[in-house]
Design a binder for this molecule. Structure first.
Ligand code: AHR
Length: 500
């Protein structure tokens, strides 16, 4: 069996995992909101119309923060349409997705759902058709205690206590020609800076995210990020980036998506560091990877102006889950820079949770790697040394056959190794040395693999693809041999026998 050498040492760390790395995203798009999180006629709806089955699955995923309300939808959205008595709210055309928006759910309903789901909100302000002044009004509505026009309106709408939203995005993908009100980097930088000033004057405790490039494939990347940061460096706390991956027919290229994500993050970090040096700034700019996933960008013909039509309802395969796991490892490897990330999205729209209107919900294949890393990838990410055989890809050049990341959780003295074996033909033997961790013992090894890479979960077979328990040896030691089956995603959990 081919071998992969692996060294972990408690003194070599990348950094602490910020729980916000496991954030997600709900947009007014397709069935994410209506018949996704909100369906008042559903038998499992609670008193506010939220689906309790979906809420349970969201809690299982342990998602700490959710970005809302968009996405492309954001750039044409007037947030005042979504407040006050529901029967008085206007019905509008959503030009981003060519649907009709009933505005039954708005900021206040989202806040209620977030509270019930133990989720912190990450709100985005419209900098497409919206103005810096309207952005400031929204912060006042949400965060000001009272005795002003907007805060009193919130109180009148039934929310005495401020929503206290701490994280705000300054627009969405403003570099894209598909965006309503697209701007050049110069124009966005200036507009976002004025919005940032107003928003922080209203509430100085908030954190702001500037719009970075919407993909590494944008012709303006990374120049967009440089120009935007030159205008905004001292006003914001994070620069965003977005990236989606798709199987375009070459499995190795698709599996190697983790290498593309790695390069993308490194380039954004270097661009931010360049601006830091140019500005003579002491501040480090962090990254909010606030849209990422596997997404098949095929066109599905739908009728215009429907309410909550089935848009972007990808049904994920085993292969998609493997690629997804590789991407999660890359995010972990960059915890020193990537402090927040949002899996796009959470329900129905390119999502780990899928619902039927009036019916059940099931877990897509990608649910599982997210669940595992979000629940067990806590604590510190280790700077492991991993030497694996490589494979050639057309898109990313030579890549290692194993993409992995390891976390150490001091709370329970456990290690979690997450690993993707990309080899189509070979099981690989991880020859793992745990050095200063001393003797360790495997307590769990879960594997996702199978004969059909394109198998999916669906309403008829909701549990078709899910992690299986792998035989584990009872031995403990400072060096262990762990088999990674061919084409598999693995989570291996180890108990350290010495108290560190
Ligand atoms: O997540 C789907 C869409 O992808 C979002 O609306 C947009 O921001 C991105 O292009």
């Amino acid at each position: 069996m081919k071998r992969v050498t692996y060294f972990a040492d408690k003194n070599y760390k990348v950094g602490e995992v910020d729980p916000n790395l496991f954030g997600s995203f709900i947009e007014h798009l397709g069935r994410a909101v209506y018949t996704g999180i909100y369906e008042p006629d559903h038998p499992l709806a609670d008193e506010d119309g939220f689906r309790k089955d979906v809420m349970e699955l969201v809690k299982e995923l342990n998602v700490p923060i959710v970005r809302y309300p968009g996405g492309n939808f954001l750039s044409g959205y007037d947030w005042t349409d979504g407040i006050g008595p529901i029967d008085k709210r206007p019905t509008r055309l959503d030009l981003a997705w060519r649907t009709t928006e009933p505005n039954e759910v708005g900021i206040d309903e989202f806040m209620k759902w977030a509270n019930k789901s133990n989720i912190e909100p990450m709100l985005a302000v419209n900098l497409g058709t919206g103005t810096p002044k309207e952005a400031g009004n929204l912060v006042e509505y949400c965060n000001h205690p009272g005795n002003t026009y907007w805060s009193d309106l919130r109180i009148k709408n039934g929310h005495k206590d401020p929503h206290n939203v701490k994280v705000w995005c300054l627009g969405n993908e403003m570099d894209g020609p598909w965006q309503i009100g697209q701007l050049s980097a110069e124009d966005y930088g200036k507009k976002a800076r004025e919005a940032a000033k107003i928003m922080k004057w209203v509430d100085p405790t908030i954190k702001l995210v500037a719009c970075g490039s919407s993909s590494a494939e944008m012709p303006t990347f990374p120049e967009w990020d440089r120009v935007v940061l030159e205008h905004l460096y001292e006003h914001v706390d994070y620069i965003s980036c977005h990236r989606y991956y798709e199987n375009l027919g070459n499995v190795n290229d698709f599996l190697g998506s983790f290498a593309d994500m790695d390069n993308f993050i490194k380039t954004i970090a270097s661009t931010a560091d360049y601006v830091q040096a140019k500005n003579r700034s002491k501040k480090k700019m962090y990254i909010s990877f606030d849209e990422w996933n596997v997404w098949y960008q095929k066109k599905v013909e739908l009728k215009d102006w429907e309410i909550a039509p089935p848009i972007l309802e990808d049904n994920y395969s085993l292969l998609d889950a493997l690629v997804f796991g590789g991407l999660m490892c890359t995010l972990l490897q960059h915890v020193d820079r990537v402090k927040m990330a949002s899996l796009a999205q959470l329900v129905n729209v390119i999502a780990p949770i899928f619902t039927q209107k009036g019916g059940p919900a099931f877990k897509q294949t990608i649910f599982y790697p997210f669940f595992q890393v979000s629940n067990y990838g806590r604590g510190e990410v280790l700077n492991t040394l991993v030497d694996a055989p490589t494979m050639e890809t057309n898109k990313h050049g030579e890549i290692p056959l194993v993409q992995s990341s390891t976390t150490y959780n001091p709370e329970d003295n456990t290690l979690s190794i997450f690993a993707l074996n990309c080899s189509e033909d070979d099981d690989l033997l991880l020859d793992a040395q745990f050095r200063s961790f001393g003797s360790v013992k495997i307590i769990d090894h879960l594997v996702m693999d199978g004969p059909d890479l394109y198998a999916t979960n669906n309403f008829d077979s909701p549990d078709n693809i899910k992690p299986k328990k792998y035989d584990i040896s009872s031995e403990a030691g400072e060096q262990l041999e762990i088999k990674l089956p061919k084409m598999s995603w693995n989570m291996i959990r180890l108990q350290c026998e010495t108290k560190l």
